[in-house]
Design a protein around this ligand. Structure first.
Ligand SMILES: [Zn+2]
Length: 355
């Protein structure tokens, strides 16, 4: 066999399969009962009957091709994301291999495989479950620091200590910049403040009965779904009430009426949510919590800095805001995960920096 065939076709094909295999492990890691655990992620189970769809050493793409994306035991249709993540990881692996295995070299290519795998796993958990697992990002920061010593070419450096220094600068830049944005964002955009010139009616109830989501109405124009406002333990909605009825009975409020995820606080006295069938009254205003970037994004972007430096941090943040801010006008989902766009920005940086 001519050597070009091996290097131009066989090796990239093998890299594609390796990437697909890593992608299938990522599926397991995201859908394990303990997201982020690599050991538990090695086996991916059917969400319907819990038979393993794949084991640690199963080749990638098998369930998609042989079983047409169905569980072979119960014929349950498996989520389409399984195949998308396998294909995405496989493609990213091949691109990195073709661009970087010659220069800056094999160890840089391996390190970028690792970074991209960690980014895909963490961003996928964020998309799926609205959290970014520390298990992935904190270990990723450590791995990036070590990789920068082994492959200083990741930072355009030639010695292990310069590589580590650039990595440290990247970690700190990621941490400081996004943390500052996050604090500023909380202050600037953290809450929606409704003020009404006259008292308006408000109500908190399930207009369609037991199974329907709880709806909070403030005056005729402002309506909020309970689960979209209170998805964090510490989310609070303060309502400036001028009259209050709980389960049809009038209740006096001296100081404040606060709604939290699992109930209501009337002058500090807790009423559990499940004991209340309806609340209504009059109010002159309300402070509604609004989505803000989670702190997990700070560690996520530090991980990027650890592998590929502070410039990558800035490009990733700019790219992510450049996509997410316009997107928020069109997407009705209450919370848009930020980290997939950070990952995308970092990948764009990788392509341009090393091209
Ligand atoms: Zn099944």
């Amino acid at each position: 066999m001519p050597p070009e065939v091996a290097s131009n076709i066989l090796i990239p094909a093998a890299v594609f399969l390796l990437g697909g295999w890593v992608g299938s492990i990522i599926n397991g890691i995201v859908h394990s009962p303990n997201p982020g655990s690599i050991r538990r992620g090695l086996v991916l189970r059917c969400p319907n009957c819990t038979t393993p769809v794949r084991q640690a050493l199963s080749p990638p793409f098998v369930s998609s091709i042989l079983h047409r994306g169905k569980c072979k035991t119960c014929r349950h249709q498996l989520p389409r994301q399984y195949l998308i993540v396998e294909l995405l990881t496989a493609t990213v692996f091949v691109v990195i291999w073709l661009l970087f295995s010659q220069s800056p070299g094999l160890w840089a290519a391996y390190s970028l495989w690792l970074l991209c795998s960690l980014m895909i796993a963490a961003a996928y958990v964020d998309y799926d479950q609205l959290v970014i697992p520390d298990k992935i990002t904190l270990r990723g920061i450590g791995a990036g620091f070590i990789a920068s010593a082994i492959a200083p070419g990741l930072h355009g450096e030639f010695t292990w200590y310069n590589g580590m220094f650039s990595s440290a600068v990247g970690i700190v830049t990621g941490f400081v910049v996004l943390w500052a944005i996050l604090i500023a964002g909380k202050i600037l955009f953290g809450r929606i403040n409704h003020k009404f010139s006259e008292s308006v009616d408000f109500s908190i109830d399930q207009p369609g009965g037991e199974d329907d989501p709880i709806l909070i109405s403030l005056g005729p124009n402002h309506k909020y779904l309970w689960h979209e406002v209170f998805y964090r333990r510490w989310d609070k909605m303060r309502i400036a009430v001028t009259g209050l009825h709980v389960n049809g009975q009038s209740v006096a409020v001296q100081k404040e009426f606060v709604t939290v995820r699992d109930g209501f606080l009337i002058d500090g006295e807790k009423i559990e949510l499940h004991t209340v069938s309806d609340i209504s009254g009059k109010c002159t205003g309300a402070l509604v919590p609004r989505e803000a970037l989670g702190f997990g994004n700070v560690k996520f972007v530090s991980m990027i800095g650890a592998f590929i430096g502070w410039q990558a941090v800035l490009i990733a943040i700019l790219t992510a805001f450049g996509i997410v801010l316009p997107l928020r006008r069109f997407v009705r989902r209450k919370k848009i995960s930020f980290s997939p766009f950070l990952a995308f920005g970092a990948f764009v940086f990788i392509l341009f920096k090393f091209l």
